[in-house]
Design a protein around this ligand. Sequence first.
Ligand code: NI
Length: 164
Amino acid sequence: MAVLPILPASSPVVHQKSKRVRRIDGSIHRLLDDLVETMRAAGGVGLAAPQVGVLLRVIVIELSQGEIIELINPEIVKATGEREVEEGCLCLPGYVGRIKRSEVVKAKGVDRDSKPVRIKADELLAEALEHEIDHLNGILFVDHLESLDDLHKVEPKPVAAATE
Ligand code: NI
């Protein structure tokens, strides 16, 4: 496993669309392991492969320690409701923004053993799923800002705001 450098929002790579994973082999397992290690080292609660320069549809989320969600080719199946959240991103350290996210999210994908995974989520998990799957489409949370007034500078390592 390795801690990989996280690309900044200024990198063109994080604005590109990622490709579907066709075959889950050792390289994908290694990518998942590296994503988890990199997310933990950065103090984040989620990370998507394009953030480390790999344009493949792979994400990891860990809201509580040890409860890792690994999703390959994840998709939002259904999103309902709307709420305002304050969100950050490891590609844009030192900033949080108020944006709108869904209240309830249903997502699907496969795990590292190619087993289908279905998740129904609310609260932070719903937000993390939308945030990370956005990354696979080249979308950062700042793309959801209605106004630049909704973007705020914070201390580089915010404790209250989750960074994904
Ligand atoms: Ni992010």
